[in-house]
Design a protein around this ligand. Structure first.
Ligand code: NAD
Ligand code: WQD
Length: 368
């Protein structure tokens, strides 16, 4: 028989070397329910780490070691249409998880054009190449930021999007959703599940993979954990005059392992006989808000150290409170978050204390 071997079915993961993508891959492989699908990661390493001389980002090597399964990696920028095209030519891709994006809210205010170009070009190029290869099932990393300043709480999927958005980053998430809606409307073969994450935090329970931001963290949880481990001196609390339980901001913090579970449930939705396809936004949150101070207090309890804080003024663009309505996720995905604030802090501390410099072995702050 000299016929060509049929390439294995595959799932493409853009930005799979990043925080949420890597935990989703770990979850897929740990469950083992989708071992008929090869996992193909593309990442340009703009916000993830690969040791010099290595062929794969550190996080993917660790996942391979832990699961004894293979993750294929290509250093590709998904804005490069030719590279992406060859990848689709050479592989039998059926589904795409689209994590790749720039996500620093503050930086997006300073560099709006870079953010719009990067995130929109990446998404449009990916959608074009998918269309050209007849691949039409996509799971998109969206954000609660598309709801802007909440008109009511909890935020359900019917809440208007695109109004009063607080940053160029948030607008790129919204614009990409709108583009995907138009694509779905143009051809009934498309299914896009847009997962609107609330505030992803935590780390894999092993403590071997977790969030590893480049430079000084922008987000609360990695900031707290880097203070706890001694890399940073003091946490600035942005405002204690909000209309909340203790005046500090309230957020729907969701454990990244719960989030990863939600992504695997979303993959199953594609093959559900009752699923109608088209553009489907779904919130991934816990449904409960905790304040900045409540998170700090829980973290102090878990790590047994005091987190030095100073209350300063509100951060530009911040909102007081947000949390998710989670019924749609229950209904469509059979999924809900199960991990507590304690587990979130415990797992974050296990990761941060064992890996003070994230995936690097030495302190990057010492390099020039
Ligand atoms: P991350 O930065 O850790 O991961 C993103 C990965 O994409 C990085 O490894 C980066 O190198 C890669 N990447 C960026 N641009 C690329 C490009 N053009 N081509 C190839 N690779 C590229 O971020 P994350 O926290 O894992 O977020 C993943 C997705 O989830 C993003 O789309 C983000 O907007 C969205 N999201 C994140 C949060 C959050 O707080 N973490 C909340 C809501 C939504
Ligand atoms: C949480 C709370 C801060 C840092 C962001 C994006 C959102 C989504 C999730 C991607 C707020 C306070 C923070 C610090 C502080 N990402 N804080 N000191 O802003 O809720 O959401 O990540 O889509 O779009 O905007 O998350 O972790 O930055 O802040 O007091 O040093 O912690 O004011 O109340 P945010 P965050």
């Amino acid at each position: 028989d000299d016929s060509e071997p049929v390439p294995r079915r595959a799932i493409l993961v853009t930005g799979g070397a990043g925080y949420v993508g890597s935990h989703t891959i770990m979850n897929l492989l740990e469950r083992g329910e989708h071992d008929d699908l090869d996992i193909i990661v593309v990442d340009n390493l703009s916000n993830s780490y690969m040791e010099e001389g290595e062929q794969k980002p550190a996080v993917l090597k660790i996942i391979e070691e832990m699961t004894h399964k293979q993750v294929h990696f290509f250093k590709i920028d998904i804005r490069d249409k030719e590279d992406l095209n060859s990848l689709f030519n050479e592989n039998n891709i059926e589904f795409v998880y689209h994590f790749a994006a720039l996500k620093a809210v503050g930086q997006s205010v300073v560099k709006p054009l870079e953010y719009h170009r990067a995130n929109l070009t990446a998404t449009i190029t990916l959608l074009e190449v998918m269309r050209d290869h007849g691949v039409n099932k996509l799971i998109y990393s969206s954000s609660c930021t598309v709801y802007g300043e909440p008109a009511y709480l909890p935020l359900d999927e019917e809440h208007p999007t695109g109004r009063n958005l607080t940053s160029p980053y948030g607008k790129t998430k919204y614009f990409c959703e709108e583009i995907m809606k138009d694509v779905c409307a143009s051809d009934p073969k498309w299914s896009v599940i847009s997962l609107r994450y609330f505030n992803p935090v935590g780390a894999h329970r092993s403590g071997k993979i977790g969030e590893d931001p480049e430079g000084i963290p922008n987000n609360l949880m990695p900031y707290i954990s880097q203070v706890a481990v001694g890399r940073l001196n003091r946490l600035l609390v942005y405002g204690d005059d909000y209309d909340t339980i203790d005046g500090t901001g309230v957020r729907d913090f969701i454990h990244v392992e719960d989030l990863a579970d939600g992504h695997v449930c979303a993959l199953k939705l594609f093959s559900s006989p009752t699923f109608e396809g088209g553009f489907t936004p779904i919130n991934l949150g816990t449904g409960t808000g905790y304040s900045v101070m409540q998170l700090i207090t829980m973290f102090e309890r878990v790590c047994g150290r005091k987190i030095p804080t100073s209350v300063v003024g509100r951060r530009e663009g911040d909102i007081g409170t947000n949390y998710a309505e989670v019924n749609l996720a229950k209904k469509l995905l059979g999924w809900y978050a199960v991990r507590t604030l304690y587990t979130i802090c415990d797992d974050t501390w296990r990761w941060q204390s064992a890996n003070p410099y994230g995936f690097r072995k030495t302190n990057p702050d010492d390099e020039d």
